[in-house]
Design a protein around this ligand. Structure first.
Ligand SMILES: [Zn+2]
Length: 264
């Protein structure tokens, strides 16, 4: 684990300070704009190990990030286990994914969100089953293709050094598209799931990173987990996220406004 931490540290040190990532984006515009270059065509998890897994096996897929592809959205539990109709939150989520022309749904191995879901219905060992069931149902609901379980990298623990809250209206930000400039991190597509759900998922990501499945005690006030709140220019939508808990200085929040909306 120490090796993985050290591998990420040089880049983290460059972008950790207030405004540092914005300065890096401005000086490296050509390279950093890759992070918003592609319109997403798939939905996957916020898990930072997930998108690199997809990238390794499939080309041309750019994922939105929602915990368990949306499995924690209010109403999904009743929908999957009681045959209830989609909740208002689900309906909005489905509508948004259709508008964005999302064509692929990716469940993944070792999904913590699917694990939390399985636990909440009293079947903690059936996380993979529920991950796939939801991916299948969601794909049906939005007219997309359900992909098989994706592998994750690394397998044993979370190596996220950051959490990205994507507030771009088109949901284009994807740190994995410009990994030389954006440290590995959870990817929360906030406008796709709604801001209230995004705040919940931000805190899920922080708890995982600071806990036993993440780098945990490696995060200190000197080497904190960084939450980057990303928008095209200033956005009031980011205020609630930027006021999140510092967890005794182990988490810092940084506003990032320098990425420019692509023309197409
Ligand atoms: Zn997951």
């Amino acid at each position: 684990m120490m090796k993985a931490w050290e591998k990420g540290s040089p880049l983290v040190a460059l972008v950790q300070g207030e405004g540092a990532l914005d300065r890096r984006i401005k000086s490296n515009q050509l390279r950093t704009k890759k992070a918003v270059a592609k319109a997403p065509n798939a939905i996957g998890c916020i898990d930072e190990r997930h998108a690199p897994g997809i990238k390794a096996y499939e080309s041309g897929k750019t994922c939105l990030g929602c915990a368990g592809a949306g499995i924690l959205i209010p109403g999904v539990r009743e929908f999957l286990t009681e045959g209830a109709p989609p909740s208002p939150e689900m309906t909005e989520f489905i509508q948004t994914l259709k508008e964005r022309k999302i064509k692929f749904v990716y469940p993944h191995e070792g999904c913590g969100a699917a694990g939390a879901f399985a636990e909440s219905v009293g079947e903690p060992k059936r996380a993979p089953f529920y991950a796939q069931l939801w991916a299948m149902k969601l794909a049906d609901l939005i007219g997309a293709e359900q992909k098989t379980m994706t592998r994750i990298s690394p397998e044993g623990f979370h190596d996220a050094r950051a959490v990205y809250i994507d507030l771009t209206p088109d949901g284009r930000f994807n740190p994995d598209e410009a990994a030389r400039d954006f440290p590995k991190g959870f990817h929360v597509s906030a406008h796709v799931m709604g801001l209230a759900q995004a705040e919940i998922e931000m805190n899920v990501a922080i708890d995982i990173a600071l806990g036993a499945h993440g780098f945990g005690e490696f995060f200190t006030p000197a080497t904190p987990l960084i939450v980057f709140v990303i928008s095209y220019g200033e956005s009031e939508d980011g205020d609630a996220f930027l006021k999140g808990s510092s967890h005794d200085g182990r988490v810092v929040y940084r506003k990032v406004t320098a990425l420019k909306k692509p023309r197409s």
